[in-house]
Ligand binder design. Structure first.
Ligand code: SF4
Ligand code: MSK
Length: 644
């Protein structure tokens, strides 16, 4: 019924309910919106009050802005500013995690502790900190301070840069791409792109690459590593996904946004007997926590908390009529939640110092007392349960199984075994052709394309061609809802990948976490290089990345840090450089000569898969591992001989 809008049946049902109840959603607004062709092509500049200048490249004379800026300068500046904004978002998350991490190490945050001592030691070693004879609390304080200092650092280089393959580090040094400090790179990029500063597209994009690297190998990686140390490094677990995870007879609390600092505590406090008794007193059978967007991925990975949906389902979760509270922090939170919630009993609760929405209830998260904040929020939700409008409740049945929790450490253990953790078996499987390559399919939803359709079509095509898929963000949620994140999905994989999945017991599509956890993928590809046999740099590997339904500036920052790290990256929907042939050429072609990585733009998922597979096969050919052996049918004796 809503085939053009979504391939997710639960989303379709709730869209119909929203239409019947006269509720406007992002899907309706997208249909009504007429996007400016200059803006979406990157050729509109509003960086000063002489403009906005909209540049047409049609006709013989290429247009210029009033200040004389060419279309490639304008598009490069716009693109760079998206990188700066995306880097700022991920990195500010990392900064807050670092500050809370220090407070936790000082024993100032009841409920938070150092859970992963092995990772603490590892991060301390990378930072060059002496750990001998020191307690874990002291080491954690020093690690936290070092991490926090990297945001304001003015000279030198970020500590995690040393984790990259040596050849990559050398390339970055030669091209001046090593970030000096996270905030410094963001600020400098904003300066460079104001009117009358940097007007050379390549120079702007080199600075953009350095800023993006400050995200991937800086702010995002700090967020991931410190969260793992504090809350535990994920290990594989089973859970459920889609709007069917909401419970008709329980208090439903949805956590939405990005930072797990508060949601971790909401999950813990919701299990307290006192809270459960209070919920019963108000007529509910229990308290049900579910997630949306990346907060969902964070608490799914560490606690198996079910996921209600991805980005485009946030309004529709409220349309079920069964959500007592939607608790939001930062990023990807739609302002329209408040107006949708006004048609039901749902409370929208903002919790971040940095993010308020008019009409929402604000209960500010105190990083020094998260238990208290979590308790207040849960009580608000429980007290709202009796306000449900019973006639408006309709929870779709869709609720599928998924397996999540594939940190790069887990991939090590899963493939190498507990006693010989190593990427060797993965590399061997790539070399012998059972796995053709590895592709990260990540990113958002965008109502300009059919919800979840591009993600799922691309991923099905890739696994059918023996490509192992690793996922983060809303892309992972899309594929989970399509049943691709369970071991049984091996039946959709090509023979080589299926054999690996059967032997190891993994799905052909691995859920690796939230958007900041794309940094896990950087480490995974680095481990593949270090393991040997697949070249000396990330750019030698048969790997690629894709954000088929992207929408956020953060996606551009992620794409650029993968390109600067040597990967091939394909984006769908629209791409904000198409207004400039020169900038398109720089990103699609010239970057190959600089970083070994490059961008491509292709909205069609089958064509995206073709581009990616072509790239993978080209890399295999360069590595001399082009030929894939014919399929062999294994008997039990042969299976026992297998390396996995
Ligand atoms: Fe126009 Fe130049 Fe001002 Fe941009 S900076 S709005 S191109 S005059
Ligand atoms: S939440 S950035 S819509 S992936 Fe990370 Fe989803 Fe994109 Fe937000």
């Amino acid at each position: 019924m809503n085939e053009e809008l979504t391939v997710c049946p639960a989303t379709s049902k709730m869209l119909s309910k929203a239409q019947e109840e006269g509720i406007s959603t992002a899907f309706d607004r997208a249909k009504a919106m007429k996007p400016c062709p200059f803006g979406s092509a990157g050729s509109c500049c509003k960086n000063c009050a002489m403009g906005p200048c909209r540049i047409s490249t049609k006709g013989e004379q290429e247009g210029k802005g009033i200040c004389g800026a060419t279309v490639e300068t304008i598009a490069a500046r716009n693109f760079a500013r998206m990188i700066a904004a995306g880097t700022a978002a991920h990195s500010d998350h990392g900064r807050d995690v670092s500050a809370t991490f220090i407070a936790a190490a000082n024993g100032e945050v009841p409920g938070y502790q150092i859970k992963d001592e092995e990772k603490l030691q590892e991060v301390a070693r990378i930072y060059g900190l002496e750990t001998k004879g020191k307690s874990k609390e002291i080491i954690a304080q020093e690690v936290g301070k070092k991490a926090l200092s990297e945001f304001g650092q003015q000279e030198g280089e970020l500590g995690f840069i040393k984790r990259a393959p040596e050849k990559r580090q050398k390339l970055w040094h030669e091209h001046g791409l090593v970030p000096r400090g996270i905030d410094r790179e963001v600020v400098e990029l904003m300066h460079r792109t104001t009117i009358g500063v940097d007007q050379d597209q390549k120079d702007i994009l080199m600075a953009g690459s350095r800023t993006a690297l400050a995200d991937g190998w800086g702010g995002s990686m700090i967020a991931t590593e410190l969260q793992d140390i504090m809350f535990g490094t994920p290990i594989p677990l089973r859970s459920k996904v889609n709007l069917g995870v909401l419970k008709e007879d329980q208090v439903n609390i949805i956590v939405h946004g990005h930072e797990p600092l508060l949601s971790e505590m909401i999950v813990a406090v919701a299990q307290n007997q006192e809270m459960l008794d209070y919920a019963k007193q108000k007529g509910a059978e229990g308290i049900n926590i579910a997630g949306i967007c990346c907060t969902a991925n964070e608490i799914l990975m560490r606690h198996g908390i079910p996921i209600a949906g991805n980005f485009l389902q946030q309004e529709l979760a409220i349309v079920t009529g069964a959500v007592e509270a939607m608790v939001v922090d930062v990023q990807c939170v739609m302002q329209s939640l408040v107006s949708v919630a006004a048609c039901y009993h749902t409370k929208i609760i903002t919790t971040s110092k940095k993010a308020r929405i008019p009409g929402a209830t604000h209960l500010e998260f105190s990083e020094h007392d998260p238990i208290n904040t979590a308790s207040k929020i849960i009580k608000e939700a429980i007290e709202n349960y009796p306000n449900r409008m019973k006639t408006k409740i309709n929870i779709p049945d869709e609720e599928l199984d998924l397996v999540a929790g594939f940190s790069h450490e887990t991939i090590n253990y899963m493939l190498g075994g507990s006693f010989r953790k190593s990427y060797r078996p993965l590399n061997d499987a790539i070399i012998d052709g059972r796995i053709r390559g590895v592709v990260g399919v990540v990113g958002c939803n965008n109502p300009k394309v059919t919800h979840d359709q591009v993600h799922t079509t691309l991923v099905k095509e890739l696994i059918a061609n023996d490509v192992l898929v690793v996922q983060t963000g809303c892309a992972a949620i899309a594929c989970a809802k399509a049943g691709l994140l369970v071991p049984e999905a091996k039946d959709l994989a090509g023979p080589g990948l299926r054999e690996i999945c059967e032997t190891v017991g993994i799905p052909p599509v691995l859920h690796c976490g939230s958007c900041v956890d794309n940094s896990r993928l950087l480490i995974a590809v680095t481990e593949m290089v270090k393991e040997g046999g697949l070249g000396n740099d990330i750019s030698d590997l048969p790997v690629a990345g894709c954000a088929p339904e992207w929408m956020s500036e953060k996606a551009i920052a992620i794409g650029q840090y993968f390109v600067a790290s040597g990967a091939f990256v394909v984006f769908g929907v629209t791409f904000p450089v198409t207004g400039s042939e020169k900038l398109s050429h720089l990103l699609y072609e010239e970057f190959k000569e600089i970083t070994g990585g490059s961008w491509a733009f292709e909205p069609d998922p089958i064509k995206q898969a073709e581009l990616i597979i072509k790239h993978i096969d080209h890399k295999r050919e360069l590595l001399g591992i082009k030929t894939r052996p014919p399929r062999v049918l294994y008997d039990m004796a042969m299976r026992r001989e297998l390396k996995f």
